[in-house]
Ligand binder design. Structure first.
Ligand code: 4AD
Ligand code: MG
Length: 491
């Protein structure tokens, strides 16, 4: 009740609600940013957008009806991008494409957005022409003005989709007795053992450089040891799953991988459920159910956004998402998958840049081939060679493969990576030693196998990959507000 009062009393009514009203000449006020202005002698049309939905609202100023001098003056100087407050009455719109418009009488410009360079007037203020003029801008150009791109239809839609999807993820887990767990951002361990970590230090680096010490004394550092930004909250999530049964994390993770691709970021958000008393099959079932739930949520809660993506970003995306939501995900072992890839390569059906062979990781081109050409839909690849996977995965009896699973989807490839975890203390220690990991650093992780060990499993979903998949945006830098990638930490 209080919230409703607050909304009504304090905040402007959002355009998405104004557009849904029945026009009865009621007094209406709209606040937003000007998308376009058309001056037709007696009539001036101003389209205002507030990002609450795609559509803006048309505000029509009728000079014949008489306008205040200030409104008239503001109208003539009004440009795209300016922020305004407009008052008038809500009436049926005679124009096509909109049911209502505002018969406007009063305009207040809150902030101008000059259409040309004003640097001649005051160098210090450095006011250049507003860069988002009414035309189609390339995604590359918009990446350079990432602080202004949310004012475009595309980035407004991505922002709304991200927000709704994040909430749906929480809802999915909360409704299924998973507890939201906050794992540390700063850690001393390397979960994935890939060594692609950003170091965190409070040491004076210039001092270190001066001494030229090849052995830095980390006992003098803030934490008394070498620390990093986390690559995954999984190991900590395991400690809570083996205590309160079902948990999930949803937070930022960091990878200092030098991979400059359209699906890698140095900072990305990951969702990591971890479940006790669960084996690989349970894990696969959860991943499939979860993904379908989120896709269905996006289809219903972001219907307008998806129509936009379908029309402007990726034709047929709604259909393809519906197919995934209704599909039975295929299962294939890594070994079978490699056989399929080798068969395709040797029959010259396709030429891969990287030759597929047993023992090496699947490349993105292989993943796409498997999902698009072999499975014709989402596919879960299981039982990867142990040598290309992390130390914590449950070892199979063949001594060659582990209980890993990657979920691959059309257009994108890997969207989820997970596994059943090794719960046998002896096997885990042996594997860690083989991989040259210091078992003493992981004493707490090993304790889970010393005391009340249980079969348990989990996976990680890359949130940006998910948003890419749902929106059809091809570059991962366009589905996170401020992308961090090699050589890129602007804003
Ligand atoms: O496959 P990954 O590396 O798995 C883990 O980190 C496990 N600890 C997860 C777990 O079992 N709890 O990463 C999981 C997912 C990938 O499938 C991918 O969607 C995404 O995270 N991902 C990235 N997304 C953007 N940029 C990167 N550099 C990514 N690396 C992984
Ligand atoms: Mg992976």
């Amino acid at each position: 009740m209080l919230i409703i009062l607050y909304n009504k009393a304090m905040l402007p009514k959002l355009i998405k609600y104004i557009l849904a009203q029945t026009p009865q000449s009621q007094e209406t006020e709209v606040s937003g940013w000007v998308r376009t202005k058309r001056d037709m002698k007696n009539l001036v049309f101003v389209e205002v957008n507030d990002g609450s939905c795609f559509a803006g609202i048309q505000c029509t100023f009728d000079r014949e009806a008489g306008l205040e001098a200030q409104t008239e003056a503001d109208l003539s100087g009004l440009t795209t991008g300016a922020s305004v407050k407009i008052k008038g009455r809500l009436v049926p719109s005679p124009s096509s494409g909109q049911a209502v418009e505002i018969a406007a009488c009063n305009l207040k410009v809150l902030g101008e957005a000059p259409a040309e360079n004003l640097n001649g007037k005051n160098q210090e203020l450095d006011i250049q022409a507003y860069p988002l003029q009414k035309k189609r801008h390339s995604l590359e150009f918009l990446r350079e003005i990432a602080h202004l791109r949310p004012r475009t239809n595309t980035f407004g839609a991505v922002a709304r989709l991200r927000s709704k999807t994040a909430f749906a993820i929480h809802r999915y887990f909360q409704e299924r007795d998973f507890h939201y767990l906050h794992t540390p951002i700063i850690t001393a361990g390397d979960c994935e053992g890939a060594g692609a970590m950003f170091q965190v230090t409070a040491l004076d680096l210039s001092g270190i450089a001066k001494t030229g010490a090849n052995g830095v004394d980390y006992s003098k550092d803030f934490f008394g040891k070498k620390t990093f930004l986390t690559v995954s909250g999984q190991l900590e999530a395991e400690t809570y799953a083996t205590a309160i049964s079902r948990v999930y994390t949803f937070g930022p993770t960091f990878r200092a991988e030098n991979s400059n691709t359209a699906r890698h970021l140095a900072e990305f958000w990951m969702v990591e459920p971890e479940i006790a008393f669960a084996e690989l099959n349970d894990n696969m079932a959860l991943a499939e159910d979860f993904l379908k739930y989120i896709i269905n949520a996006a289809l219903t809660e972001c219907a307008g956004e998806l129509e936009f993506f379908d029309a402007h970003i990726e034709k047929g995306i709604i259909e393809s998402l519906k197919n995934t939501a209704n599909a039975k995900f295929s299962h294939i072992t890594y070994t079978e998958a490699v056989k399929e890839l080798e068969k395709a390569a040797s029959s010259k059906k396709i030429s891969f840049e990287f030759e597929p062979h047993w023992g090496s990781d699947l490349q993105s081109e292989h993943e796409k081939f498997l999902t698009e050409k072999i499975a014709n839909g989402p596919v879960i690849v299981t039982d990867y060679p142990k040598n290309i996977k992390a130390f914590y995965m449950k070892q199979n009896d063949d001594d060659k493969t582990v209980r890993a699973m990657d979920v691959l989807v059309p257009r994108l490839g890997e969207i989820i990576g997970g596994s059943q975890r090794e719960d046998d203390l002896e096997k885990l220690i042996r594997r860690m030693k083989e991989m040259n990991l210091k078992t003493e650093d992981y004493y707490w992780y090993l304790d889970l196998r010393r005391y009340g060990s249980v079969p348990h499993s989990g996976f990680g979903l890359g949130f940006e990959r998910l948003i890419q998949y749902i929106s059809g945006m091809t570059n991962i830098r366009d589905v996170i507000p401020y992308p961090r990638a090699v050589g890129q930490a602007e804003f």
